[in-house]
Design a protein around this ligand. Structure first.
Ligand code: CMC
Length: 441
């Protein structure tokens, strides 16, 4: 028996929900499986030839499970995050990003041979076709790196048309390796592009994160020599972002992937979703907020503004975590390691004081508002000399194995169909069309 089969949570059945339709007095018994009822069972309620039955109205999917998944577990009340059952704290402390990527994709930790092969394969797929480089060079000088990343990942589908064979496991594996390998190359080149600097080719003698730093920052030196402490901190940040179950971008990957399109196109959709300020862009907003506050003595006034509803404390609060975001705790520690090399970011003092005051204040305590992953990550990224536009690119590189693990799960899931939600139609019906020449006469 495999490890994941041994530890997998049992499916809880044998429970039902009785629903009485007060329009007709009819009663229905719905099966409850793992705390959910099937929307299709609700569709049987009141169904007649003229009535399609009851549907669920849930904008933003706030209470709708779109899939069964064995990739990531979150308990927001307790502040728990696990990848394939392993606590995020242990992975961040003792694993590497590529090992975590293997775990997410395969569902198991690798043996030494599997690990070495995986690292070798990813290392030797970091180069991209020269025509893709030309495509990236065609962007405007000030193109946003996320726009460049999502376009170039989408363009990869044209370089690997065989990727369309999504039901062939060998083809799938090849594209997964390629995408995890090439993402730092494309991300780093989008950064160099904005700076007007030559693109740096991958150095396959370096580790995944060291090579990324080399492609970002190498100038005329024959070999880039990354600081191992910075490479480690970046590796930890990638681990922390590697998956987060059915968030907006993962849902985009699954939704687009459900049309059976190739994985480059599906992941490109995920990058587009991550681009938005409500998803991947909050760390940038934290940095702007800390700069605006400027000095510690301005904090009480700022907090009052938040409580009056004039401001938002960016980097605080989460839809799922109603406790300290476990990723924020780890990032706080990574800050110390990075600042040891780069010198302390003066904004750290403001962030720490802000956190201290907020965690003692009734407004934040009663609403269960705690620091989230974005509260400290922007400070690290800035110390590593990334401009704010690059923050979301780093998030995307980290999230790639998660998107791909979820995509794989989708492709193999017999219950999945093409994503096609219902709507509640609120518009006009059966209007009489009057041709333009008559309407405008
Ligand atoms: N500052 C001040 N008040 C807040 C904040 C905040 N950051 N977050 C929530 N609240 C208040 C909110 O006003 C509401 O108060 P009331 O009950 O009096 O109306 C209450 O807390 C509940 O908030 P909500 O807006 O209903 O919660 P939500 O689950 O819809 O929103 C959130 C979650 C993350 C969008 C929100 O907390 C927020 O906007 N935070 C700041 C932005 C941020 O840091 N985003 C990063 C999220 S983590 C990265 C990721 O996973 O993408």
């Amino acid at each position: 028996m495999t490890r994941s089969a041994r530890h997998r949570r049992p499916i809880v059945t044998d429970q039902t929900l009785t629903v009485r339709d007060n329009r007709t007095g009819d009663e229905y018994e719905l099966e409850i499986t793992d705390g959910t009822v099937r929307a299709s069972d609700l569709g049987k309620i009141g169904k007649t030839e003229d009535d399609p039955g009851i549907a669920v109205y849930d904008p933003g999917f706030t209470n709708t499970a779109s899939t069964r998944s064995a990739v990531t577990f979150i308990d927001g009340e307790k502040g728990i995050l696990e990848y394939r059952g392993y606590p995020i704290e242990q992975l961040a402390e003792s694993s590497t990003f590529l090992e975590v990527a293997y775990l997410l994709i395969h569902g198991e930790l690798p043996t030494k041979e599997q690990h070495d092969q995986w690292v070798h394969d990813i290392t030797f797929h970091t180069f991209v076709h020269e025509n893709l480089k030309s495509l990236m060079q065609g962007f405007r000088y000030d193109a946003h790196p996320m726009g460049m990343l999502l376009s170039s990942v989408g363009a990869l589908s044209t370089f690997y048309p065989e990727a369309r064979a999504i039901h062939d496991p060998d083809v799938r594996r090849e594209q997964i390796v390629r995408m995890i390998a090439k993402m730092p190359t494309l991300g780093a080149w989008s950064f160099r592009h904005a700076q007007g600097k030559p693109y740096v080719y991958p150095d396959n003698e370096l580790s995944y994160t060291e090579n990324f730093l080399s492609m970002l920052f190498k100038m005329s030196e024959p070999k880039y020599d990354p600081d191992p402490r910075l490479a480690k901190a970046l590796d930890v940040l990638l681990i922390l972002h590697a998956d987060h179950e059915q968030n907006c971008s993962t849902n985009a990957v699954r939704s687009v992937g459900s049309s059976q399109v190739d994985p480059y196109s599906a992941v490109s959709a995920g990058i587009a979703a991550l681009y938005g300020p409500l998803h991947g862009g909050a760390n940038e907003a934290v940095l702007r907020m800390l700069k605006r506050i400027g000095t510690k003595d301005k904090i009480p006034e700022f907090i009052e503004g938040v409580k009056n509803g004039d401001e938002k404390l960016m980097g605080f609060g989460h839809r799922v975590y109603k406790n300290y975001d476990p990723r924020a705790k780890i990032i706080k520690k990574a800050c110390d390691d990075v600042f040891e090399v780069t010198g302390v970011n003066p904004l750290l003092e403001i962030a720490q004081e802000l956190e201290k005051i907020a965690l003692e204040d009734e407004y934040f305590v009663s609403r269960k508002l705690y620091p989230n992953v974005d509260f400290y990550s922007g400070l690290i990224y800035e110390a590593l000399q990334f401009p704010p536009e690059m923050f979301t690119v780093l998030f995307a590189i980290g999230r790639t194995p998660g998107w791909l693990a979820q995509w794989l799960e989708l492709v193999d899931d017999k219950e999945q169909k093409i994503a096609r939600p219902k709507q509640v139609y609120t518009g006009d019906r059966t209007l009489e069309f009057v041709p333009a020449e008559q309407r405008w006469a």
